[in-house]
Design a protein around this ligand. Structure first.
Ligand code: BES
Ligand code: MN
Ligand code: ZN
Length: 497
């Protein structure tokens, strides 16, 4: 894919497809109106026949339109006569990408920047376009012995028409961002989709080393089980105890600003397979627990995006990688482990393992003197009960950080919603034998998990994203989504502004 911008008149463009937005069909405007005039009202004629549905993202492909140099014209409904919402515009760019997916189209010119979007600028619009085109090309064939027969996605040259030269710069920025976010999402999706017998903690460590090789701005450090033992990470190691696969603590350090600038630290749950351990899960659907490292995958994706954009920040990505298996050495319900913080934990349920790997990582990363810390984890089934498969659960010990993440969710349309971490909930974690238990009873499971993590994150501003409902899709479309890479990258971009 190559995406650029141009100020040349799109009506004269010799291209495979000219993309024209349609809002008010009775009174066309912008380039669409000019094309209608140039074609002697051919477009109006098509619209009068009602071939283009009114909802945002409806498309109709026309061939040999008179007066237009392009081989084809794609009309795309914006969904409204007036300004449209960000959500509608994303639908427009996504269905444009789909409509372009025919082998005959090798290049296109888009006039979608003519559309006005509520509270969004041309940078955002160009980003939406680039991200949609790039995301549309995603496929995952790693484990297929022969290439599946599928509609070939548009992967050619796309040009975004910019009517006024003075907007060139902001459009270019948008293209760069959208492309980088999509690349980060693809990386995260690849890691999530890879089978757990391949994608082990060791494999994730190798992927981190690859990032270091690709980007001079990234340094990778790996901590082995022996090194973690020395640091006293008894909670993290209690999760990998039953597995033949050794745990890894993976630290990726991106330097994009002066060393004096405090870093943002991302901590990802990297449970490469979660059987539940001795508190074993039911077998139906257990294959989906290969996605239990999607928090880690999003950290990899963000590192990739940020390095590609060369963002002016310091960013640390830490992944706590382990496999949760039953076995003769596995942790048993009632076992008590000592975390790196010194706090003892009664493991009442070995299936509440995500918080155990994360708590030691949260203690470890205080050495980076972080400005803020965000952990990302497929932590609880309960978050799906609370927020469904649409929204990430957000918890935080800092109101400003929570507000910033909420806003980044709205900006990127990769949304999150805050839940409280009040003392009443924290009390549910009381243990008769240790400093705290790793489960808090049946009610408010997402919040008590958040409270558990909070008790290891008191030294800094911290937020927790529970992505169990959004990180992958089930059923026929089973696969990793790449969320919340857009949310996190948007948060980092907003910090740079
Ligand atoms: N990885 C799971 C959470 C999960 C479950 C994500 C289902 C997506 C779908 C996590 O390790 C887990 O097992 N959590 C338990 C916690 C419980 C034992 C307190 C859960 O949610 O059931
Ligand atoms: Mn579990
Ligand atoms: Zn888990």
């Amino acid at each position: 894919m190559e995406i650029k911008h141009s100020n040349a008149n799109p009506l004269n463009a010799k291209t495979g497809c000219l993309i024209l937005p349609v809002g008010n069909r009775k009174k066309l405007n912008g380039t669409t109106a000019e094309a209608d005039d140039a074609s002697d009202k051919y477009l109006s004629h098509i619209l009068k026949q009602n071939d283009l549905a009114a909802c945002a993202g409806a498309t109709v492909m026309l061939h040999n339109v008179p007066g237009i140099s392009a081989n084809r014209v794609l009309l795309v409904s914006t969904g409204s006569d007036k300004q449209i919402t960000a959500q509608q515009f994303n639908r427009v760019t996504q269905s444009t990408a789909t409509a372009l997916s025919t082998p005959g189209i090798k290049d296109c010119v888009s006039c979608l920047n003519d559309v006005e979007v509520d509270e969004k600028d041309l940078t955002w619009q160009a980003g939406s376009f680039a991200q949609a085109l790039e995301n549309n090309t995603y496929h995952f064939d790693l484990h297929k012995s022969t290439k599946p027969d599928r509609v070939s996605a548009f992967d050619g040259k796309a040009t975004l028409f910019v009517s006024d030269k003075k907007h060139n710069k902001v459009v270019e920025t948008g293209i760069t961002r959208g492309t980088a976010i999509a690349h980060g999402m693809s990386f995260a999706r690849d890691l999530g989709n890879t089978a757990a017998n391949v994608c082990t903690p060791t494999y994730l460590g190798k992927e981190a080393k690859k990032l270091e090789k690709t980007f001079a701005s990234i340094k990778t450090k790996l901590l082995s089980e022996a090194q973690m033992q020395k640091l006293g990470m008894g909670a993290l190691l209690s999760v990998s105890a039953g597995s033949a696969e050794p745990a890894q603590l993976i630290c990726m350090e991106y330097k994009g600003a002066a060393a004096s600038k405090k870093p943002v630290v991302l901590v990802g749950k990297g449970v490469t397979f979660d059987t539940g351990g001795i508190s074993i899960k039911p077998s139906a659907g257990m294959d989906e627990m290969k996605f239990d490292m999607c928090g880690a995958a999003s950290v990899f994706g963000v590192m990739q995006s940020v390095a590609e954009m060369e963002l002016n920040i310091n960013l640390i990505g830490v992944v706590a990688a382990a496999e949760n298996m039953p076995g003769s050495k596995a942790t048993k319900p009632g076992d008590i482990v000592t975390s790196m913080s010194g706090k003892t934990i009664e493991v009442l349920n070995t299936d509440a393992e995500g918080r155990l790997v994360l708590c030691d990582a949260l203690t470890y990363i205080s050495k980076y003197k972080p400005d803020v810390v965000i952990d990302i984890a497929t932590l609880t089934g309960a978050v799906i009960v609370a927020l469904g498969n649409h929204t990430t659960g957000l918890m935080s010990n800092d109101d400003n950080l929570a507000d910033d993440l909420y806003k980044a969710g709205i900006d990127s349309q990769d949304k999150c919603w805050r839940l409280p971490l009040w003392d009443e909930y924290e009390k549910q974690l009381a243990s008769n034998f240790a400093d705290l238990a790793n489960i808090g009873g049946r009610s408010a499971g997402t919040i008590t998990a958040g409270c558990f993590l909070q008790s290891f994150a008191r030294a800094y501003k911290w937020a927790h994203l529970d992505i169990a409902g959004v990180a992958w899709k089930q059923g026929a479309a089973k696969g990793s989504t790449g969320r919340p890479v857009p949310l996190l990258v948007q948060y980092l971009l907003n910090r740079c502004q």
